[in-house]
Design a protein around this ligand. Structure first.
Ligand code: Z5A
Length: 209
């Protein structure tokens, strides 16, 4: 049984990941593969509990950058071992709303955690495991946050200063430039054009398999 492929959708809040995921899911199914969809942080009962914990506003208790980083990798360790790898090994394709690039962009770029602190966690958690395709939906923070804020209350991370999101975006773009499996999609275009670009990127990926 050939292993499945691991596809990740990344981007700032309001980038349009939800509709991209729906589109890619139906394209994978159309190609005849079973899809397991997941999200980070989360995707297992324990990792979903970590998600609640990490997004919650703890009022007077400051959430340290170190605690936030460790929680992201703890959730990822659970998800990779319990869901992603078993699904890929059984031949299913896995479609993820965020993965490791989020930690490198948000914690590494946004929170300015040095690579010397992140790299050992990546090694412990992933041992070189990485997506076959990452679609990064690129939006200026002002555009994405305006879309996301239309939905209501902001969680703890979304309450960060705009400069945090600018640093996160810059880091995403640098990471994509260094990753031959990553494709940058201009997600500031009209929805129809974004969807066309996503479909084309996925078709190019399928053509290389
Ligand atoms: N995080 C982290 O710090 N480190 C990590 O390692 C990981 C995560 C894994 C997860 O929260 C938070 O955790 C996230 C990063 C951090 N935090 N922040 N801040 P989440 O999962 O709840 O949030 P999200 O991933 O950012 O989801 P989102 O805000 O829902 O973004 P989205 O899924 O991309 O948005 P959407 O629902 O697809 O679109 C938002 C709206 O925009 C919607 O009404 C769309 O119809 C509209 N939209 C989308 N595209 C367009 C275009 N092209 N034109 C016009 N309108 C559009």
């Amino acid at each position: 049984m050939p292993k499945g492929k691991f596809i990740v959708i990344e981007g700032l809040e309001g980038a349009g990941k939800s509709s991209a995921i729906a589109l890619i899911k139906s394209a994978i199914e159309h190609a005849g593969h079973q899809v397991v969809s997941t999200r980070e942080p989360g995707g297992t009962p324990m990792a979903e509990a970590i998600r609640e914990c990490v997004k919650k506003d703890w009022q007077d208790e400051q959430v340290t950058t170190e605690a936030e980083l460790l929680l992201m990798y703890a959730a990822r360790a659970q998800l990779v071992a319990n869901v992603i790898k078993p699904a890929l090994n059984s031949g299913c394709w896995v479609l993820a709303d965020r993965h490791d690039m989020s930690s490198r962009a948000y914690q590494g770029g946004g929170r300015q955690v040095p690579d010397s602190m992140i790299e050992p966690l990546r090694e412990i958690t992933l041992h070189g495991f990485h997506p076959d395709l990452t679609l990064y939906l690129d939006v200026e923070p002002e555009v994405g946050l305006a879309r996301a804020r239309g939905r209501g209350e902001l969680d703890r991370i979304e309450q960060a200063d705009i400069s945090f999101f600018h640093r996160t975006r810059e880091k995403y773009l640098r990471l994509c430039a260094d990753d031959s499996n990553a494709v940058v999609i201009n997600a500031m275009q009209d929805m129809d054009k974004v969807q066309q670009d996503i479909v084309s990127a996925f078709a190019r990926f399928m053509g290389q398999q």
